[in-house]
Design a protein around this ligand. Structure first.
Ligand code: FES
Ligand SMILES: [Fe+2]
Length: 437
């Protein structure tokens, strides 16, 4: 089976040329870059504001802070969602202070102005004391585009932005297979991390670091270059696909059966003994079993998914800052957002959304078995608690890279072909920001 045929997509169509712009250290710490990114990237892109599952009744809200901005997303009477800048029209006090909340009116903590869920001012103190009469019913919060997709509430600060689905392009269509909107968020960690947001992006835009930094995955994920697919879309999004349930083809041990793979074989009613010395064939055998037994075992979502999608790892990275790592039964959100004031820090989020596992009250996630229940975002002081084994490994080098990128000894990256997604990311950023030096 060729790589092309295992996905049925033509690789050449997803391999645009690069110019070879130099990627030097300044962009990772200079304020002029942070300012340009705010003007041209963050205020233009679509952002994930939170989970749609948190909005049930009119007046329920989510807030999301990005940079110095804050956005509140409010559930309407008809169940739709509207987003507004989270600032009172009276004298600018921030309105909502929790990430999740709800009441019939959004009430300002300063002078008590109240807003209806559609953003209309509904009550003020001393309404007759205003020149021109009461502002109620006339004043509205500043509304921005908002939509629900994939279980998330999305917003953009760009009133002229293309609709979310246009922005997602082919990636959005492919992602529909997983039925993300039917999943539950079971893990939601967030931390203020001492590195520029792009260092984390670069990390998720390449798999070159996997053998050295994440050797523990080699028993059940094939990180060999020959077996990995890299796709780059015109919108700036990209996808990397690695075969799962298959030991890394990088090593002579690629046919030695290890525990996670043996457990997967047993779960899918295959005898691990049959795969001793031929572990590389387990993936195709499990794929066949998943097709045969999936529906009866309760994995209804496999019906809408392709063969590769039910056994492999599809890593989607959306420009500028969102990675969805799709597993057969769930997916990770790996996101970096700018710090409000310091270009050498960012806000890192690691969430896991999952389908319910039949007959179990836990799901297997990036932190191991995890209770199947909706969780709110947990803010972690960096270094005091794990953000996930693999994420910890990635972040451990991010900090060292932030230091090295200040050195006069670093004069621009030297990238192998397989890091083309890193190159394309920076070239798109250069174009969007209008900085070419
Ligand atoms: S600033 Fe909000 S009521 Fe005054
Ligand atoms: Fe990594």
């Amino acid at each position: 089976m060729t790589i092309e045929s295992f996905l049925g997509r033509a690789i050449a169509a997803y391999d645009p040329p690069v110019r070879g712009d130099r990627i030097t250290g300044e962009r990772y710490h200079e304020k002029r870059w942070a300012d340009a990114e705010w003007a041209h990237v963050w205020t233009k892109a679509w952002h994930i504001g939170g989970m749609a599952a948190d909005l049930e009744d009119a007046g329920d809200f989510l807030t999301h802070n990005i940079g110095r901005e804050s956005v509140v997303m409010l559930c309407q009477e008809d169940g739709s969602v509207k987003a507004f800048y989270n600032a009172c029209k009276h004298r600018g006090y921030r309105l909502a202070w929790t990430e999740v909340g709800g009441s019939p009116f959004l009430t300002c903590g300063y002078h008590g102005w109240k807003y209806a869920p559609d953003g209309t001012l509904a009550h003020v103190q001393d309404p007759d004391d205003f020149p021109g009469g009461s502002p109620c019913g006339k004043v509205k919060l500043e509304e921005i585009p908002c939509t629900v997709w994939g279980g998330f509430v999305w917003f953009t600060m760009d009133r002229d932005a293309a609709p979310l689905k246009t922005w997602l392009g082919a990636a959005g269509e492919q992602l529909e297979q997983w039925q993300m909107g039917k999943m539950t968020r079971v893990l939601a960690l967030s931390s203020d991390v001492p590195c520029n947001w792009k260092i984390i992006r670069d990390n998720f835009n390449e798999s070159y670091h996997l053998p050295n930094l994440h050797p523990q995955i080699a028993g059940s994920i094939d990180d060999a270059l020959e077996g990995t697919i890299f796709e780059m879309n015109p919108e700036g999004h990209n996808c990397m696909i690695m075969r799962g349930l298959k030991p890394s083809g990088r090593y002579p041990t690629s046919d030695i059966l290890e525990m996670p793979l043996a457990q997967a074989l047993e779960y899918w009613e295959l005898d691990p003994k049959d795969f001793e010395g031929r572990a590389s064939q387990a993936r195709d055998a499990i794929l066949a079993q998943k097709r045969k037994l999936g529906a009866d075992k309760g994995y209804a979502h496999y019906a809408t998914m392709g063969d590769s999608e039910i056994v492999d790892y599809h890593h989607y990275t959306l420009f500028p800052n969102i990675t969805f790592t799709m597993w057969p039964d769930g997916f990770q959100l790996l996101r970096s957002e700018p710090h409000p004031t310091d270009p050498e820090r960012c806000i890192f989020d690691h969430w896991f959304m999952a389908h319910e596992m039949p007959g179990s009250d836990v799901v297997m996630g990036p932190m191991g078995p995890t209770p199947f229940q909706h969780v709110e975002r947990e803010k972690i002081e960096f270094g005091t608690k794990s953000l996930g084994d693999v994420a910890d490994q990635d972040l451990s080098v991010a900090i060292g890279q932030q230091l090295g990128l200040h050195s006069r000894g670093f004069t621009g990256g030297i990238l192998p072909n397989q890091e083309k997604r890193v190159q394309l990311f920076h070239e798109k950023l250069n174009d969007v920001c209008g900085i070419h030096d």
